[in-house]
Design a protein around this ligand. Structure first.
Ligand code: NAP
Length: 265
């Protein structure tokens, strides 16, 4: 019997945290299925960096808002590597501004589709495939749902995004129970790492220090936390908070609106 695959599928792996995670997994000896939607050139650059580290990389594309995205992606995995990946990191995410008073059906549905439904269905599809095909030891396969410190530190800004991540966070334990013993399911909650939305650089420079350590979060540390979850078979149904303690600094609004030089949402 061939050895079980040590491929990781990372969604939204072309840029920012996804790219950082792809490189962290490659440095730890994993091969990487690098999913992208629009960022093809960046995905090719990430693939080149992975190859330079001596690991394999395959590019995959899908719009995660499509209802059949999960089955489509898992089928692409099987076609590319001949098996289910050992780990799926649900990193890709829509982050559009709204608040609790102006959220509309379209915004809620778009965020839920890409940030909640497809990640949950990808985990289910992985478990179904592992049950059908794999003889790997229990705990070998895992799913990491990338969340946000906001789900532990609530405010009503970015309402649709927050609701989508809250639903995913509440599903971590449910899926860990339901998909055991074949697949472990964990959450990973980063804090503010990158300039997003209407944020200015000056605002980001200040906001990124609003955490217990009073210094910016290094995305490489967050990426290494994902690798740790994927490799540690004792972890299931838990969420790691990799945020310099940002979730313990409550604010009435999203940090980018709560400090001076406020951009308008
Ligand atoms: N940025 C932060 O400071 C921060 C803070 C806390 C939590 N997080 C979480 O950490 C993760 C990574 O954050 P990030 O800022 O690096 O993410 P990002 O740049 O906002 O988005 C990552 C990728 O998601 C992909 N994506 C979005 N909608 C998609 C769709 N419908 N179908 C397919 N792909 C889609 C895009 O791929 P293409 O470019 O290829 O289209 C995009 O490059 C997210 O889950 C986010 O919620 C981020």
């Amino acid at each position: 019997m061939p050895p079980p695959s040590s491929w990781v599928l990372i969604t939204g792996a072309a840029t920012r945290l996804g790219r950082e995670m792809a490189l962290a997994f490659a440095r730890a000896g994993w091969d990487v299925l690098c999913h992208y939607r629009h960022s093809r050139t960046a995905a090719e650059a990430t693939a080149g960096e992975i190859a330079a580290l001596g690991r394999q990389c395959r590019l995959m594309t899908a719009d995660l808002a499509e209802p059949d995205a999960a089955t489509h992606l898992l089928a692409q995995c099987t076609a590319l590597i001949g098996a289910a990946p050992r780990c799926i990191v649900n990193n890709a995410s829509l982050f559009d501004a709204d608040d609790a008073t102006n959220a509309n059906a379209q915004s809620l549905q778009r965020h839920l589709a890409s940030n909640t439904i497809t990640p949950l269905l990808l985990a289910n599809a992985l478990a179904a495939q592992v049950r059908a095909e794999s003889h790997a030891a229990h705990g070998w396969h895992s799913v990491v749902h990338v969340l946000d410190q906001k789900v532990h530190n609530l405010n009503p800004d970015y309402f649709s995004y927050t609701v989508s991540k809250l639903a995913l966070e509440r599903s971590v334990a449910l899926q860990a129970q339901a998909l055991a013993p074949q697949v472990r399911v964990c959450g990973l909650s980063p804090g503010l790492m990158y300039l997003s939305g209407p944020q200015t650089q000056a605002n980001f420079d200040r906001a990124s220090r609003i955490n217990l350590l009073r210094q910016p979060i290094d995305p490489a540390d967050v990426a290494r936390a994902a690798v740790f979850i994927a490799g540690n078979t004792a972890l299931s149904g838990c969420t790691l908070q990799a945020d310099n303690g940002q979730h313990l600094v409550p604010l009435a609004r999203d940090v980018m609106f709560a400090i001076g030089e406020n951009p308008q949402p």
